[in-house]
Design a protein around this ligand. Structure first.
Ligand SMILES: [Zn+2]
Length: 258
């Protein structure tokens, strides 16, 4: 299995073997450089590709071949947009997943309570969503996740087991912290790009063209443009015969600590 441990062991063994060969027979030392570059590319790919399972096991889509999909929303809750998203979900009887940041969640405890009361699940998406999150020490990372977990607990009286890494980036420190805290890492299979695609038709077409059985769609409930597109996407999926599952049910995992 291609992961951080097996790749690192493989790299060290190959490096030492090649180094020996460079000394004993006429092998160019550039092979050592090429090998190291390949290894670094692999580390970067593993960090950037949320579903690579390179550093930490990440749940990205359901296994079922049935036409079941799930919706997830990151970076909220937002005082204006999240209530509208909740209304749309209620209208279509959909339970979704909200990956909240602690910083916003503590300002909108009532929205977390509403999410829980309406049957949605809530996951941890760090406290600050800092762009430097992946460079934090394990201690600082753990403090952020614990603080956000406590805010979710304060609002819902339940401990969430779900964590979605900010920017979808993983690394060995994050993997260690996630294991220590007993969290499950959640990714996605369809990135809507609703934070960068400004044209609503493009956004709609991008998402619906990627719908497959088991898909987990990533949206952001802090993006205004989502509001006009979300319902259209839901209607398309329903007319195409898809049903919406809550993310934990689609992934067949527990969302809350029992
Ligand atoms: Zn995010």
């Amino acid at each position: 299995m291609l992961n951080f441990r097996t790749s690192s062991v493989g790299y060290i063994i190959l490096f030492l073997t090649l180094q020996q060969a460079c000394r004993q027979i006429d092998v160019s030392p550039w092979f050592l450089v090429a090998l190291t570059i390949l290894y670094v590319i692999l580390l970067i790919w593993g960090a950037a590709e949320v579903c690579s399972n390179f550093y930490v096991k990440t749940y990205c889509k359901g296994n079922s071949s049935e036409k079941k999909i799930a919706l997830s929303f990151d970076d909220g809750p937002d005082g204006t947009i999240t209530p509208e998203v909740l209304e749309t979900l209620k209208k279509h009887h959909i339970n979704a997943g909200f990956f909240v940041t602690g910083e916003k969640a503590e300002k909108h405890i009532e929205l977390l309570q509403r999410m829980k009361a309406e049957g949605h699940i809530i996951g941890n998406h760090s406290y600050s969503h800092s762009r430097w999150f992946d460079l934090f020490s394990a201690k600082k990372m753990a403090a952020e996740l614990q603080k956000t977990g406590d805010i979710i607990f304060m609002a819902t009286a339940q401990k969430t087991l779900l964590f979605r890494p900010p920017y979808g980036v993983t690394n060995p420190t994050l993997a260690r912290v996630v294991r220590q805290l007993g969290l499950q890492t959640i990714g996605w299979s369809i990135r809507s790009l609703d934070t960068s695609i400004k044209d609503e038709n493009k956004l709609y077409n991008r998402v619906v063209s990627k719908i497959r059985p088991g898909a987990m769609i990533l949206f952001h409930d802090n993006q205004n443009r989502l509001l006009s597109v979300l319902e259209k996407i839901i209607v398309y999926c329903e007319s195409a015969g898809y049903t919406f599952e809550r993310p934990d049910k689609l992934l067949d995992i527990n969302a809350w600590k029992s």
